[in-house]
Write a protein that binds this ligand. Structure first.
Ligand SMILES: [Zn+2]
Length: 365
């Protein structure tokens, strides 16, 4: 329904087109829809397994219209390909009273119990998405850090990791607030689950994938990486399909800072010079196949090394000032490679053209 009138949407791959709806700046429309989702029985960011239900990217979200027009890029399973603006969410969720739930946002009041079901209400402001994680066996640790409630939700099997995860969340939150800018939301949740990835970031909620080989050191690193995404993507948004380095390379750089391993960043770019640090996902995908190894080498390894090289070139103090300015100018907004370069040039009073070109960072004309 659009403004109370019934319409029939059309669906093409990952895009749903709603007819009779034109969104002009500062105009308001009310779109309502009923939809059913079968949650797949998989260990993933959207899936369920045993007692755990992961609800990432579970509802239709407004596509972004920018200088390229509508962004309807496909889904990729390596890293992320999401792109959304910030919004306000008010979510009512009905489930079994036994479920322990972590979400984006904050629960409003106590759940209402009706006919054996619990009705929860959650509110979130200035977030790009709304994710949830449910498990009736979850235990929880909470601690206030300033005005922020930091919580770790874990299944009993992961008890031995819980305090380290909570500590890593608090320490990384404090470090990144000091080095980048404030964390603006009242709550941050870290949850254990299972997936084929290390971790997955959603606003105010990070999923940490637990594996047989998980060590405390590795889990701490993953927590710090996902917490860094609260700044790079959560606050400073980007088109993750067009510019995957703008969130992943930055989160990886701050992960290394948390681990005090910046000096170990010395990865080389892949030999094939067609792959840039600033390449879009389409370049890291060929003939429908994801080039995981190349993508990881460039975005997660060469990317943070490039940022560290920049830090060495312009000096740590100037680099930090540049990042803080970048944060202030782009908070809750969308950034581009060109925005980042411009701000770093302004703050450092240097022409960084050659530096970025040599590091295979190019601005699309
Ligand atoms: Zn990441």
């Amino acid at each position: 329904m659009v403004d109370g009138k019934s319409v029939t949407p059309t669906i093409k791959t990952t895009a749903m087109v709603i007819p009779n709806l034109q969104l002009r700046p500062h105009s308001n429309h009310r779109v309502t829809m009923n939809f059913e989702l079968s949650i797949p029985n998989v260990e993933d960011r959207l899936g369920w397994s045993k007692t755990t239900v992961s609800l990432g990217n579970w509802f239709p979200i407004l596509a972004v219209y920018d200088q390229e027009g509508w962004n309807l890029d496909p889904y990729v399973s390596m890293g992320e390909s999401f792109y959304s603006l910030t919004g306000r969410f008010l979510v009512t969720f009905t489930t079994s009273p036994k479920q322990v739930i972590a979400t984006t946002g904050t629960e409003v009041g106590q759940p209402i119990i009706r006919q054996g079901k619990a009705i929860h209400t959650y509110q979130a402001n200035q977030v790009r998405d709304f994710a949830m994680e449910l498990d009736s066996t979850y235990r929880k640790i909470s601690q206030k850090v300033g005005s922020i409630n930091v919580q770790t939700f874990y299944q009993p099997a992961y008890s031995k990791f819980a305090t380290d995860m909570q500590r890593a969340a608090i320490q990384s939150l404090q470090l990144f607030q000091q080095k980048i800018g404030p964390y603006p939301w009242p709550e941050l949740d870290v949850v254990t689950m299972k997936g084929s990835f290390g971790g997955m970031e959603y606003p105010q909620l990070v999923m940490i994938s637990m594996r047989k080989k998980s060590t405390v050191a590795r889990i701490r690193t993953v927590v710090a990486h996902e917490v860094a995404h609260q700044w790079f993507y959560g606050q400073i948004g980007n088109n993750q399909y067009d510019d995957p380095w703008l969130d992943e390379s930055f989160a990886s750089y701050y992960e290394s800072m948390f681990d005090q391993k910046l000096n170990e960043l010395n990865a080389k770019p892949v030999a094939d010079s067609r792959f840039h640090l600033s390449s879009p996902m389409s370049v890291f995908t060929q003939n429908g196949k994801q080039l995981d190894r190349i993508y990881v080498q460039m975005i997660y390894k060469y990317g943070p090394r490039t940022l560290h090289d920049l830090e060495k070139k312009i000096g740590s103090e100037t680099f930090e000032k540049g990042i803080k300015t970048y944060f202030q100018q782009k908070q809750f907004d969308i950034t581009t490679t060109s925005d980042f370069i411009q701000i770093m040039e302004q703050i450092s009073h240097q022409n960084l053209d050659t530096f970025f070109r040599q590091h295979r960072v190019f601005i699309e004309s």
